[in-house]
Design a protein around this ligand. Structure first.
Ligand code: ADP
Length: 266
């Protein structure tokens, strides 16, 4: 089984401060997945401009200050959830049009966190969908948090990916984003940044800058942490650029494509 993450920077216009779909990317990516012929597949997508502006505005995940703040955050939880659900609907619609039997699953309906890390997550349903040949589609969402100071948290698609890949024993993990992989510096602000083809430990990365786009769920740094944890469990992953036509199709088919691999040193 392959787990594919579609970055929010790919399927939405992340620089926008209001929800904006990247329809062209979404349709092409859906076609590439269909053409690859991959059958056992689980998809997770980021929230991009559908999630971050709301989550940031309402400060979801920050300590609740008082009754008034709780009221506001309650509203923020619903606004953010509704927005990312709309994105999920667009993603599933595009996938289905390309012939992929996509079934949407809302993380807020069945995942809990504690201090923003997943605690409860019943994966039986996901396994059953996969057994039936359906393609479950999960996404970065707001969820209930058992920490009484915050009560609600933003759960990134990257953390869901790490958790599911480990629990379900994914054969391969592919993360698609808007840059070619991990660089020694943010390639958006440093034109001479060098691509790192292989990352095996956190030490390789201590020089990493924070994500260029302000990302409440941690950007590239957060992604790498999740993937290194996964590598510890012997699941290898690769980061590739989904703006480059045909790359995803080839990666899904198992071809060697440019990008960054995250795996344990042998
Ligand atoms: P996505 O929305 O696709 O999950 P993010 O925006 O969270 O992706 O993270 C990818 C972004 O991280 C890139 O667009 C890039 O600008 C930024 N970034 C920051 N530092 C680095 C780095 N060292 N290597 C690669 N990308 C980096």
């Amino acid at each position: 089984m392959i787990i594919l993450k579609l970055g929010g920077s790919v399927i939405t216009r992340k620089e926008e401060d209001h929800p904006t779909l990247h329809q062209e990317n979404l349709e092409r990516i859906s076609r590439e997945i269909a053409h690859s012929g991959v059958k056992e597949l689980l998809i997770i997508h980021g929230a991009g401009s559908y999630g971050h502006p709301h989550a940031h505005h309402y400060q979801i995940g920050a300590p609740i200050r008082d009754e008034e703040d709780l009221l506001r955050k309650r509203e923020g939880f619903c606004v953010t959830h509704q927005s990312v659900q709309e994105l999920n609907l667009e993603v599933c619609r595009a996938l289905l049009q390309a012939g992929i039997p996509a079934v949407p699953l809302s993380p807020s309906s069945f995942i809990h966190t504690h201090h923003k890390r997943i605690t409860e997550f019943n994966t039986d349903l996901i396994t059953q969908y996969l057994d039936l040949g359906l393609v479950p589609v999960l996404y970065g969402d707001v969820v209930l948090d058992q920490d009484l100071k915050i009560k609600m948290a933003v759960l990134s698609g990257d953390q869901i990916l790490q958790h599911l890949a480990q629990r379900l024993g994914a054969e391969r993990v592919i993360l698609g984003t808007d840059v070619d992989g991990i660089y020694n510096r943010n390639p958006k602000t440093h034109p001479n940044a060098q691509l790192i083809p292989l990352v095996t430990s956190q030490d390789d990365l201590n020089f990493l800058e924070g994500a260029h786009t302000v990302d409440v769920t941690g950007g590239m740094g957060g992604k790498v942490k999740e993937l290194l944890q996964l590598a510890e469990e012997k699941v290898e992953s690769q980061i590739i650029n989904l703006y480059k036509e045909g790359l995803l199709e080839r990666a899904l088919m198992g071809d060697k494509v440019p990008g960054t691999w995250i795996k344990k040193r042998r």
